[in-house]
Write a protein that binds this ligand. Structure first.
Ligand SMILES: Cc1cc2nc3c(=O)[nH]c(=O)nc-3n(C[C@H](O)[C@H](O)[C@H](O)COP(=O)(O)OP(=O)(O)OC[C@H]3O[C@@H](n4cnc5c(N)ncnc54)[C@H](O)[C@@H]3O)c2cc1C
Length: 400
């Protein structure tokens, strides 16, 4: 038994491919079969992709394989003693194994006026539909948060003819996930496209017009930014309430081992909701990425089939903003040296992050070869010659 969406859908698909001989029930409080979220701030928001193309598989595929999807229903409680879950329609389902793939929810701003009409968040298809319906040319859009999602939406909105202001509390964009060279490149890209991007700018509240619709965003320096539509994109928190109330160990994520087992051997957890062990890292990690959801789903499939394979994937991520594809691999936060290959002015370059002589992460801007080579080098945990990485006359492939 499992829960939507991306991680759960991938798990079910993997079990079908591996001819797992049992029945699974996938329960999701969303009314749709499992789907991909990345296009929600990219092509789907831009109106370039149909809703159905977001689905991992058609609904019928799961049911033809003998499994059930219970959509639009919420799991309210887990009874670990009797091995049952209670659903929002008051029914109860028994389980032998339970997989929690509850994802994450958006962090809401706790500021006066934060619930005014016209203030949007972005996590699911309904959120994107609601936001897209408000994005008309000439409108003023304020985006609170200069992370991936805020910046991706900013790029789509500018192309759609809106006037966009991004308000970021930190001193640079995407500060949580990348180094200063990449932040500087994207800041310039967004400003050159006509956005107003204000750094070190904290939002302290929202002002309403006479109809109760948002009309202004108040910031800490005392000024107010006039606005028609607001998107708040200030991060997510893992959805752990169900696990916590069932007494499963959680710490900013459901704690799971490298086989994605929670504190209860009958319960696994995968995807954004977990803080997990990956044999690749010394410390447990929490990730918010498709690659993690997919790789953990595969680990869960192996665990359910008794073919225990520890989770050892190198994390990777991507973002599309304007004509730029950013590809990232590894975790850069503890690096002690950065090496830049190429020139940001050319629009294609990479930053290699080293720790104690070996490569721990790569951020590649329109340079897929750096991402591909970097993925191998990070996985191999190899010492790498920093000078060779930055030397354009040395082919990256020769370093693997
Ligand atoms: C706008 C956007 C853009 C993104 N872009 C990228 C990108 O470019 N690259 C990338 O790698 N990642 C991206 N991500 C992140 C990626 O989509 C997530 O990491 C991934 O969806 C995590 O999958 P998951 O299955 O763990 O969680 P989710 O996909 O969030 O699924 C969790 C599901 O569980 C349901 N649920 C929760 N509690 C209950 C309950 N009690 N009962 C029933 N159902 C419940 C939720 O409603 C949801 O449907 C993006 C995310 C968003 C929102």
């Amino acid at each position: 038994m499992r829960r939507s969406s991306l991680a759960a859908g991938t798990l079910l698909t993997t079990l079908i491919q591996k001819q797992w001989p049992h029945e699974a029930v996938l329960i999701s409080d969303e009314p749709l079969p499992p789907y991909q979220r990345p296009p929600l701030s990219k092509d789907y928001l831009a109106g370039k992709t149909a809703r159905e193309s977001l689905y991992l598989r058609p609904h019928s595929m799961y049911e033809n394989a003998g499994h059930r999807l219970r959509l639009g229903e919420r799991v309210e409680r887990i009874d670990r003693v009797n091995k049952t879950v209670e659903l929002s329609d008051q029914s109860t389902l028994g389980y032998d194994r339970l997989v929690l793939a509850t994802g994450a929810r958006v962090r809401r701003l706790n500021a006066p006026g934060a619930d005014l009409e016209g203030i949007h968040y972005l996590r699911d298809i309904a959120d994107t539909d609601a936001l897209r319906s408000q994005l008309s040319p000439g409108q003023r859009l304020v985006i609170v948060g200069g992370g991936y999602i805020g910046l991706e939406v900013a790029a789509i909105a500018v192309k759609g003819g809106l006037k966009v202001t991004v308000l970021e509390a930190a001193g640079r964009v995407m500060q949580r996930v990348t180094g200063p060279e990449i932040s500087a490149f994207f800041l310039a890209k967004h400003r050159d496209a006509g956005e107003e991007v204000r750094l070190d700018t904290s939002v302290i509240g929202f002002e309403a017009d006479d109809d109760g619709h948002v009309a202004g965003v108040a910031v800490a320096d005392g000024s107010t930014v006039p606005v028609d539509v607001v998107l708040v994109a200030v991060g997510i928190t893992p959805e752990t309430a169900l696990a916590e109330s069932a007494g499963l160990p959680c710490d900013d994520g459901i704690l799971v081992d490298e086989y994605v087992r929670s504190g209860d051997p009958a319960i696994l957890a995968i995807g954004d909701c977990t803080r997990h062990r990956n044999v690749f890292f010394e410390q447990p990690q929490r990730m918010e990425s498709v690659a993690n959801a997919v790789d953990q789903a595969r680990t869960a499939a192996a665990t359910l089939m008794g073919d225990d394979k520890p989770y050892d994937a190198v994390p990777w991520f991507w973002s599309n903003q304007y004509d730029v594809r950013l590809q990232m691999v590894g975790l850069s936060k503890d690096h002690d040296e950065r090496v830049v290959r190429g020139n940001p002015r050319d629009g294609a370059f990479a930053v290699f992050y080293m720790r104690e002589g070996h490569l721990v992460a790569v951020d590649a801007v329109n340079l897929p070869i750096a991402f591909m080579v970097g993925k191998k080098l990070v996985y191999q945990h190899r010492d790498v010659d920093a000078e060779a990485l930055s030397d354009p006359d040395i082919e990256l492939k020769s370093l693997v």
